[in-house]
Design a protein around this ligand. Structure first.
Ligand code: ADP
Ligand code: MG
Length: 327
């Protein structure tokens, strides 16, 4: 069970999202639990295909869940409709990876940004104009560019517009899905700094998704590592970066070297091979086929999630002694 705290803005328990493809069931998210406190940044990391995007989308009710619960500030997004659902849509937002793909090329910036106000019936033309200008300024785009089309902007500017669009309804929780992954490294830093500034100014909460552990490390307060639809480890950033317990987390660190060198030398190399299919995950620990430490038990039985004292939890048979079982 995820720890439930009073100041949690988002509580997710045993969430499952399945897709049916032909005769097969893809278990994209397969029993994920976590909480995010108001004002916190939770980083979600894992290789492509681990279920990060599906998790982010399900939390915002952009996908249907198969099982489990989502609570946003005491609202169950799957139990509401009408005005309540509209309010949930206003209070949450998403920023996508590829700004070129997510911004309609035929719409001007002011149309792209004011659309949400129009859909939600907020304000009139004057109000839309005022709000678009204010949010553009806030995200580092000159309001004079409001009549331009997306192709007239650079990649970094486009992502600023993507961020601006997500802010139009003054959301409280934003899911950022690979928000900087398509950008050059120097531009990544600018967008990350913008996101961190906006978070402070607007008292936002982020679910920050990326396959790139070094980006997640830079941004997050806590880090949650996913592998094949499940959480394998989660801890406050310093705890997990200084003392990663799961061999998969250690392998991600080898693949995405940190600016912090203290954890180097664990002897674990970046993993080879691909994430297995979530259609027929191997029995036992999903990571066992790629794990340098796997024993017969790892191949036979999925390890329990073990909660440690320091807010660190891990699902690995190498670490089942120190804490209490959680499932
Ligand atoms: P990530 O964001 O970590 O790369 P995704 O959430 O996109 O992972 O995908 C997790 C798994 O679910 C992948 O195997 C992917 O192919 C599958 N998947 C995602 N969306 C769909 C869908 N709409 N239909 C079928 N399978 C899907
Ligand atoms: Mg994704």
């Amino acid at each position: 069970m995820a720890e439930r705290t009073n100041d949690a803005i988002l509580t997710v328990e045993d969430l499952k999202t399945y897709f049916t493809v032909g005769d097969s069931v893809v278990k994209a998210v397969d029993g994920v639990s976590f909480t995010i406190k108001k004002g916190e940044i939770l980083g979600v990391v894992g290789e492509s295909g681990c279920g990060k995007s599906t998790l982010g989308r399900t939390v915002l009710r952009l996908e249907n869940k198969a099982e489990g619960t989502v609570r946003f500030d005491d609202i169950d997004p799957f139990a509401i409709s009408g005005a309540e659902l509209k309010s949930f849509r206003r209070r949450t937002a998403m920023v996508f990876q590829d700004p070129s793909a997510s911004l309609n090329p035929r719409k001007r910036v002011d149309q792209l940004l004011s659309q949400a106000l129009r859909v939600h019936g907020i304000g009139d033309r004057e109000e839309w104009k005022r709000k678009v200008s204010a949010i553009l300024s806030e995200t580092g785009i000159s309001p004079e560019y409001r009549n331009r089309y997306p192709h007239q902007f650079s990649g970094g500017q486009k992502q600023r517009i993507g961020v601006a669009r997500s802010l139009m309804l003054d959301p409280e929780l934003i899911v950022l899905d690979e928000a900087v992954s398509a950008l050059d490294v120097s531009i990544q830093a600018q967008i990350i700094n913008l996101l961190l500034d906006l978070k402070e100014k607007r008292d936002l909460t982020y679910l920050f998704i990326s396959h790139d552990l070094s980006v997640v490390e830079f941004v997050s307060d806590r880090i949650m590592v996913m592998y094949l639809g499940r959480v394998v480890e989660e801890a406050p950033k310093r705890t997990i970066m200084d003392k990663p317990l799961h061999p998969y987390t250690q392998a991600l660190m080898a693949a995405f070297p940190s600016t912090n060198l203290s954890h180097r030398g664990s002897g674990v190399k970046a993993v080879e091979g691909d994430v297995p299919s979530p259609i027929n995950p191997p029995p036992g620990c999903h990571f066992a086929p790629r794990c340098p430490f796997a024993t017969a038990k790892c191949h036979a039985q999925y390890p329990p999630m073990v909660q440690r004292d320091d807010g660190h939890r891990v699902a690995c048979w190498l670490h089942t002694e120190e804490g209490t079982g959680e499932s």
